[in-house]
Design a protein around this ligand. Structure first.
Ligand SMILES: [Mg+2]
Ligand SMILES: [Zn+2]
Length: 196
C-alpha cells in the first residue's frame, strides 16, 4: 500500500522519556543510570537547530507508588536535560493508575499542558513514544503520534500506531519529510514484533 500523508510539519515535538529519549530503567531515581537512546542526541539537536520547540511528557507512577521521590525524578530529569537538552518544557505525571488523574498517559493532560506552555495548539503537536499509552495520549489530544518500538512494545501497539519508526531520527524524518513510507515501516515493525 502506498499511502500519501500531506500532514504539515508539527509546530512542536514532545517526547516520552523512558524507553524513548533514554534507556528505560524502571522507577529510576539515579541520575548515573541515565543513558541516551540511539540517535537521541542528534535528533533533539536537529530539532533545536530547526527552531522547533521540544518537550518531555513522562509518566512517573513510581512517585505515587512510594518507590521513588519527586526529588529523585527531578534529579534524573536534570541529567536527561544535561545530556540531551535543554528541553523547552517538562511535564511529569506523579500519579498512579488508581488516581484517575487527567495527566497520566494515555490521557491527554500532559500533551495539552506542554502545548499550552509552548503556545501552540495540541492538534499541531507530535508525540514520540515507545508504547501505546504515548500514542493514546497523542490521539486523545488531537496530536500526531509516532511509535518507536522497543523490546517492551506490544505487537498490537505497533499494529495500532498511525506512524512507526525504527529510531528517533526516523520518527522525526517521518514528521518533517512527509510520511508516505510509514505503511511499509509499520508492516516491517509489526512482523518483527510478531516474530519476537
Ligand atoms: Mg516509555
Ligand atoms: Zn497524573
Amino acid at each position: 500500500m502506498h499511502h500519501h500523508d500531506s500532514s504539515p510539519a508539527p509546530r512542536a515535538v514532545l517526547f516520552d522519556r523512558d524507553g524513548t529519549l533514554v534507556v528505560d530503567v524502571p522507577y529510576n531515581g539515579d541520575p548515573s543510570l541515565v543513558v541516551a537512546m540511539p540517535t537521541a542526541r542528534e535528533t533533539v539537536q536537529g530539532l533545536r537547530d530547526k527552531g522547533v520547540p521540544i518537550g518531555v511528557v513522562s509518566n512517573q507512577s513510581g512517585i505515587a507508588r512510594g518507590i521513588i521521590t519527586r526529588e529523585q525524578v527531578d534529579a534524573v530529569n536534570r541529567e536527561v536535560d544535561r545530556l540531551l537538552g535543554p528541553f523547552d518544557v517538562w511535564c511529569v505525571c506523579p500519579h498512579g493508575p488508581e488516581d484517575d488523574c487527567r495527566c497520566r498517559k494515555p490521557r491527554p493532560g500532559m500533551v495539552q499542558d506542554a502545548a499550552a506552555a509552548l503556545g501552540v495548539d495540541p492538534t499541531t503537536v507530535a508525540v514520540i513514544g515507545d508504547i501505546g499509552a504515548d500514542m493514546g495520549a497523542a490521539r486523545a489530544a488531537g496530536a500526531r503520534g509516532v511509535l518507536v518500538p522497543t523490546d517492551v512494545t506490544l505487537p498490537e501497539e505497533v499494529r495500532d500506531a498511525d506512524l512507526v519508526a525504527a529510531d528517533l531520527a526516523g520518527a522525526v524524518g517521518l514528521l518533517f519529510a512527509g510520511a508516505e513510507r510509514h505503511a511499509v515501516v509499520a508492516d516491517d515493525a509489526a512482523r518483527d514484533g510478531a516474530a519476537s
